[in-house]
Design a protein. Structure first.
Length: 126
């Protein structure tokens, strides 16, 4: 989470949006940011997410944790949010949401109350 959220907030402040990306923590604690390239400049987010998860599954034995970050819309709450799907090799999977609102003239978005719910294991299958 400490590596995943600051980049998303920086991208929102500077560009107003971001494509999904991943963060992996190696077995020795090194953090790596991961992008997914589909071959096009503005691909659908679902295609980028598929590439990220496939890449993380391929390298799962080398990592102990991973996160996939996406810009989502929380329909029930009527707000945008940064979604971080966090997964640990030993079994924990969480989906964390940080609601946000863009400022009218750019800059750091205003954030709401972060919340978490059980997530789906997509990288380390049982």
């Amino acid at each position: 989470m400490n590596a995943a959220l600051p980049f998303a907030l920086r991208m929102l402040a500077n560009r107003g949006e971001f494509f999904p990306y991943g963060v992996a923590m190696s077995r020795d604690g090194e953090i790596a940011m991961i992008g997914g390239f589909t071959g096009t400049e503005k691909p659908p987010s679902t295609e980028v997410l598929d590439i990220l998860y496939e890449g993380l599954r391929t390298k799962a034995a080398q990592n102990r944790g991973a996160a996939v970050v996406a810009d989502v819309r929380l329909k029930a709450e009527g707000t945008d949010a940064i979604q971080v799907e966090v997964e640990h090799s030993e079994g924990t999977a969480l989906k964390v949401f940080l609601p946000y609102r863009k400022k009218r003239f750019g800059g750091q978005p205003e954030t709401g109350q972060m919340r978490a719910e059980p997530g789906e294991r997509r990288i380390w299958s049982r």
